[in-house]
Structure formats: structure tokens, C-alpha cells
Design a binder for this molecule. Structure first.
Ligand code: HEC
Length: 695
């Protein structure tokens, strides 16, 4: 695939559905939880127990005393971009993955850095692996090893005592527009990993399984079919090929497994979640296409062989990029009086699904967790969504359609948790819409990623923490939050739910009723989930934080006025005595940008180049940069602006992670691109001046 292919960055769209907020008195009907695979002093898997429930049986911190939680310690992480993985713990050591392929081991009792591992990512890399290299959603621990995947597509096993590499495997090819931002998962002596292509429109999604001890690849499962003339890998691909329409293999790709992979110990199946199909418009894909298997699906594979077992398509024949790639939760639920092994999924499309873990069948009527306007409901007879023609923007004029959920989804990758005690799923929900239109002038990949705009769409634009009853398919309680994009959740047997916010608050609620119990201002944006362990009789809650556009926080936080504090790891307990130093003040007023102010028409032309080449992946939408390693280009200054051609097309800053764009941005495009960047600086300067004058 030529590197010059423009990237069609697509985010997620979501819609919302109204959920009534009735209160139920009935206890949820659940059967017992699987034993945690290790003691309460450890948190080895991203979701703690083998069901990826992000649940802890610890009770020392409870709804009765959580209000007295204090900071035990904080550790400044030696990186510039935020951390978003769930902190793992084994043998008194906290493990965290950082940007640029780093892994950190900190002492659980003091926060002291014990060792750091550098996976040696080498720039220059293409745009997508360069972006992915700044974002890692976490680690996995099995026995004496900790596993991480890297932005340049490697899976690495590290000895968790010495911090030295044990083995390394190349799972995908970064030159094929691929990167790994997801956390590896472990189970059955294997390590599982997929990859992302940031909706670049190329490549087939796949998931790999490796022997945890040796690093030998055991199997690979492709999620979408390739060119039939090359032969199909398996029967599942042959079946899937019949759902993609005419000459589909020449049109695009999709089905990335970019985060959700869960090993199910009950069935010995690996449950994966897949991304949508690309290009985003059904009109640009195979003519006469059907469901486009296995995109936007939950798929179950045999752990031993990677053989297909079942799938459930959440958004077949998608036009809104409603990925189902987010992590699922495994739970044993009593439905219609019968105990069932279930898989719980809240994909981007806004519905909540309870599937039979053995067959993938719907066990109850999916209901929306946020506003949804692309489908009226899911038909229980067919298991399919009933789509609404009004949401089919590809059949509408250039004014487009405002679709709910927005492009980031009603729920994205941030961990949801499940408490077997309350029977509730705690979901970080986005309630917002996006305008999508066929007018390429102001759209990226035909999706309006200017989510700020969404505020003017007339619908809601906010986050919510929702405690969802998966049996009744309705909320038990919910709280509105600021920005739509919010942190993952942790549930405990102490009847507490923890959640961090983009605005930097780390909060506790009672799990059964949602009463706010405690809140701590960390000053740094939080997106990842928290973990909790007990050591020396003390229960400690851990959460990582920090900003940076590449951690997908920056742009949200710009819009929400969110926290811009440094990347930090926090530990809280009832006995904590630490204090935080005062936070650095935010950057001062914008200096006057270099003159002359660019011509509007040229700047508008430059916006199209900016959007088409994926600059916003790192520099933010509309050039609004967040704190972190990537500079805010609106503060660039005349000297650096003078080097614009050398920076964009000369590789001047490639050793520092700024991609070389000589194949994607032409010589002729440079003045327009430069004008767009400069115009955004002027716009910000003017608006700051206006608000100062108004004071
Ligand atoms: C993969 C992430 C990434 C992408 C995508 C990206 N950049 Fe950068 N860019 C960087 C990083 C990192 C730096 C800072 C390097 C350093 O530390 O000096 C940078 C620096 C720059 C600078 C110099 C700023 C200064 O103050 O020195 C300019 C100009 C720039 N980028 C423009 C662009 C444009 C235009 C695009 C799209 C065509 C783009 N970048 C896409 C990561 C990225």
C-alpha cells in the first residue's frame, strides 16, 4: 500500500437513547463470581479477575469510609504524555505502560521507581505507528513475565523482576499503516494481541496468539476476508466473503481488533471485538454488500486453534463506524430463572448487549445506554438492528445528518466494570452527536470530527457515569459529567465505584445507589481504569493520569477546560498522608502570532490538507494542541514557521517523532497548510484578546 494514500481518520459516532432513571429495589440475580486467579494483594490482569470485570472483592475501603480517603503517594512518571492503562500489581510492585514503548515498575508501598524498560522504538515511523507509539492502554502479567505491545507492532515479554526482555515478536507491520495501542491479554498459557490502523482504510483486521513462554506464534485469525483469488484462510472467511459485495477486496478493509480481547475460562474461547469497515460510506464499498462479516462484531474463537466458533454483529453494513472493539465483560447472570454464562458488550453504537457465552445469541432485548437515532431498536427475532433511513447521511445532501451516538461512540475503550454484588455494570458513557455529510470540504473521511461543533447540534454534549442493570436493561442510577470522553471504572465489594474524569477528578460513589462519597483533584486528566490491592493490611487504590493529544485526551480537555497536569501515578488509602505540590499554572496568554495574517481562502484550503493527512492525530483538531509531548502549533513562532517546509517535507524533526510527510503533502500544498496553522493561531489570539477586553 503506497504511503501516499491519504488517511481517512474516522472516529466514532454515537447516539443516545433515553433511559428512564427508575430506581429498583430488587437485588440483581447473579450467580457467584469466579475466584480471582491470585490473592487480593495482586492485580495481574487488566480487569483483575479472569472475567475482566474490573472488580475487587476488597472491603476495607467501603461506602462508609471512602469519604476519608487520602493521598498515600504520587509518582511523577518520566514521560511527557499521559498514562491510560490500569495499574497492574504483583509482589509489591506496580507495573505501568507508558508512551514510546516504555514500561515502569514502581514500589507499591512508596511509589519509588524500581526500573524502567525501553523497548527501543525508532523513529522515523509512518503517521499511524508514530501516533500509536505515544499511546498504550496497558499490560498483562502471567507468572514471571509482564507483556506489552508497541506502536511499531511488537509484542514484548519482560522479566518482571529484572526488567529485562525475555522475548519479542513482530505481530504486525508498521509499514502497512498498522500500530498497536491496545493491551495484550493472557489466558491458557497464551498471549493474545490485535492491532489498529486508525481507520486508514487499508488492511484486514486480525488477532494473534503467542506461546507466553517462548514467543512462538500459535495462530492468527483474520476478521475480514481477503482477495478470493488468493484462497481463503478458513471456512469462516469463505462465509464472510459472501457478505461483502462486488470486488470488495479492492475497496478498503477494516475489522481491526484494537482493544477488546478476553479469554473466557468457562468455555476456553477467546472473545474479540472488531472495528467497522472502511471506507466509511457504504457507497464506496463493495456493491451489494450485506453484513460485511466480521466487522463491528463480537467473535468467539477456540483458544487452542483460533478457529471461529460464533459471532454477533452489532452494526452490520455500518455507515457510522460503530466499532465493537471495546473490551467485553464476562458474567454469570440469572436470566429468566436460569444461570447463564454471558458476554456483556457496550459498543460504540449505543446499545447494551447480553450474549450467551456459548452461542453468541442475544439473551435479552438490547436497550440504549445513550441517545441513539441510527436505529429504532434491535429485533429480537433476527437479532439485527432496525436502521432508520433518516440516519443514512450517504443518501442525503451536503448539509448531512446529525447522528447519535457521535463519532467516539456511546462507549469507547475505557474500561467498564461489573459488581457481582450489585449486579450492575458501571459504564463511562458519552452522550453526544456528530454531523456527517457527503461534503468533503469540511469533513474528515466524511465524518465531522469537529466534536466541538456538536455542542451546536442541539442535542446533549456530555459524559455520564451509568450504573446499568444488564438483566432489566435499564439504568439503576446515573450521573452527568462534563466532557463526553471520561475515565474507566472500578467496582469493589466495599460497595464503592471509582472513576476518574477528563477534568482530573478521581471520584468514589456508592455502588448500589450512586451516592457521591469522595472526590480528589489530581490536576491531570484521567482516562484509564483504577485498580486496588491490599498490602500490610492497608487497601490501596491506584490510578494513572496525564494529558497529551495522542492519548486522545487533549482535544477533549481543550473543549471541556479539563486538567492539564503532568503524567502521574496516584495511590490512595485511608491512612494516606502525602500532599501534592502546587500544579504548574497553565500556559499564559498567546503571544501575537507572526504577521501577516493569512488569506482566508488559502487557510481553508489548508484545512482540507490538515484533515486529509491526519495532523490532528497528534496536534489536535483545529490545531488545538493539548499538554504533552507534541507542541501546540498555535504557539509556533516565526523562526520555526520559517522551517515549515523542512519540518513537513524534509524530515527535520523525524528523530523526535514528527513524521516525514513528503509523500502525503505536496510542495504546492505547503503554503495552504502553513496558512491554516497560522490562521488558527490568529483566531485563538483574537479570542483571548476579546475575552480579556470583556473582563
Ligand atoms: C505522529 C504524531 C504527529 C503527527 C501525525 C504530526 N506531527 Fe507534527 N510534530 C510531532 C511531534 C512529536 C513534534 C515535535 C518534535 C519535537 O519535539 O520538536 C512535531 C512538530 C511539528 C512542528 C514544529 C513545531 C515547533 O514548534 O517546533 C510542525 C510545524 C508540525 N509538527 C506540523 C505538523 C503538520 C502540518 C502535520 C500534518 C501534516 C503534523 N505535524 C503531523 C508529531 C506529529
Amino acid at each position: 500500500m503506497p504511503r501516499s494514500k491519504p488517511i481517512r481518520l474516522l472516529l466514532v459516532l454515537a447516539a443516545t437513547v433515553l433511559v428512564s432513571s427508575g430506581c429498583q429495589s430488587r437485588e440483581a440475580e447473579t450467580t457467584s463470581l469466579p475466584a480471582a486467579p491470585h490473592s487480593n494483594s495482586e492485580w495481574r490482569l487488566i480487569g483483575n479477575n479472569g472475567y475482566e470485570q474490573h472488580f475487587s472483592p476488597l472491603t476495607k475501603i467501603s461506602d462508609a469510609n471512602a469519604g476519608q480517603l487520602k493521598l498515600k503517594w504520587y509518582a511523577d512518571m518520566p514521560v511527557r504524555d499521559g498514562l491510560v492503562g490500569v495499574p497492574l500489581v504483583a509482589d509489591g510492585v506496580v507495573y505501568q505502560s507508558g508512551p514510546l514503548g516504555l514500561v515502569f515498575a514502581n514500589d507499591l508501598r512508596t511509589g519509588k521507581l524500581l526500573w524502567s524498560f525501553d523497548s527501543g522504538i525508532k523513529f522515523p515511523l509512518g503517521v499511524i505507528p508514530a501516533w500509536g507509539s505515544r499511546l498504550s492502554r496497558g499490560l498483562a502479567i502471567l507468572d514471571d513475565k509482564v507483556f506489552r505491545a508497541t506502536g511499531d507492532c511488537r509484542l514484548i515479554a519482560i522479566d518482571r523482576t529484572s526488567g529485562k526482555k525475555v522475548w519479542e515478536a513482530q505481530s504486525c507491520n508498521p509499514d502497512e499503516y498498522r500500530t498497536i495501542t491496545g493491551a495484550p491479554r493472557v489466558g491458557d498459557g497464551k498471549v493474545f494481541i490485535g492491532n489498529a490502523n486508525a481507520d486508514s482504510g487499508v488492511g484486514r483486521g486480525f488477532v494473534d496468539a503467542y506461546d507466553a513462554n517462548t514467543g512462538k506464534r500459535l495462530w492468527r485469525f483474520y476478521t475480514i476476508p481477503g482477495d478470493p483469488s488468493q484462497g481463503f484462510e478458513d471456512k469462516a472467511m469463505e462465509m464472510a466473503s459472501k457478505t461483502w459485495g462486488k470486488e470488495y477486496w479492492k475497496k478498503g478493509g477494516g475489522g481491526s481488533v484494537w482493544e477488546g480481547i478476553t479469554y473466557d475460562p468457562r468455555t476456553d474461547l477467546v472473545i474479540i471485538g472488531t472495528d467497522g469497515s472502511i471506507p466509511p460510506s457504504p457507497l464506496d464499498r463493495g456493491e451489494g454488500a450485506g453484513d460485511e462479516l466480521f466487522t463491528n462484531a463480537i467473535v468467539a474463537l477456540k483458544a487452542d486453534t483460533g478457529e471461529y466458533v460464533w459471532h454477533y454483529s452489532t452494526t452490520p453494513g455500518d455507515g457510522w463506524n460503530y466499532a465493537a472493539a471495546m473490551p467485553v465483560i464476562l458474567a454469570d447472570l440469572k436470566i429468566d430463572g436460569q444461570a447463564r454464562p454471558t458476554v456483556l458488550s457496550a459498543p460504540k453504537n449505543g446499545f447494551f448487549y447480553v450474549l450467551d457465552a456459548r452461542s453468541g445469541k442475544l439473551l435479552n432485548q438490547p436497550k440504549p445506554i445513550a441517545r441513539v437515532n441510527w436505529a429504532s431498536h434491535v429485533d429480537m427475532a433476527t437479532g439485527r438492528p432496525v436502521k432508520l433511513p433518516d440516519a443514512e447521511w450517504w443518501n442525503k445532501g451536503p448539509e448531512g445528518v446529525v447522528v447519535f451516538p457521535y463519532t467516539m461512540g456511546a462507549h469507547n475503550w475505557m474500561p467498564m466494570s461489573f459488581s457481582p454484588n450489585t449486579g450492575l455494570v458501571y459504564i463511562p458513557v458519552s452522550e453526544a452527536g456528530s454531523r456527517i455529510s457527503t461534503d468533503p470540504k469540511f469533513m474528515i473521511g466524511r465524518v465531522d470530527v469537529d466534536i466541538y461543533h456538536s455542542k451546536t447540534h442541539g442535542g446533549p454534549f456530555k459524559g455520564k457515569l451509568v450504573a446499568w442493570d444488564p438483566i432489566k436493561q435499564e439504568p439503576r442510577w446515573q450521573h452527568d459529567l462534563g466532557a463526553p470522553y471520561q475515565g474507566g471504572t472500578l467496582a469493589t465489594a466495599g460497595n464503592v465505584v471509582f472513576q476518574g474524569t477528563t477534568e482530573g477528578q478521581f471520584r468514589a460513589y456508592s455502588a448500589d445507589r450512586g451516592e457521591p462519597l469522595w472526590s480528589f483533584d489530581t490536576g491531570s486528566a484521567i482516562l484509564g481504569g483504577a485498580s486496588t490491592v491490599e498490602v500490610d493490611g492497608e487497601q490501596i487504590v491506584l490510578v494513572a493520569a496525564g494529558s497529551g493529544t495522542t492519548a486522545s485526551v487533549g482535544f477533549m480537555q481543550q473543549y471541556s477546560g479539563g486538567a492539564g497536569g503532568p503524567p502521574r501515578l496516584f495511590a490512595f488509602s485511608l491512612q494516606g498522608k502525602a500532599t501534592m505540590p502546587p500544579l504548574q499554572p497553565p500556559p499564559g496568554a498567546m503571544p501575537e502570532p507572526p504577521a501577516p495574517r493569512p488569506v482566508a481562502a488559502l487557510a481553508l484550503k489548508g484545512k482540507a490538507v490538515w484533515d486529509a493527512t491526519g495532523c490532528e492525530l497528534c496536534h489536535g483538531f483545529k490545531v488545538i494542541g493539548g499538554p504533552g509531548s507534541v507542541p501546540d502549533l498555535r504557539r509556533i513562532g516565526a523562526a520555526r514557521l520559517g522551517l515549515f517546509p523542512q519540518i513537513i517535507r524534509g524530515g527535520l524533526l523525524t528523530p523526535l517523532g514528527m513524521p516525514d510527510y513528503r509523500e502525503m503533502v505536496s510542495e504546492d500544498d505547503l503554503p495552504a497548510l502553513r496558512a491554516y496553522v497560522l490562521e488558527q493561531a490568529w483566531l485563538e489570539y483574537d479570542s483571548q484578546k476579546r475575552s480579556k477586553d470583556a473582563d
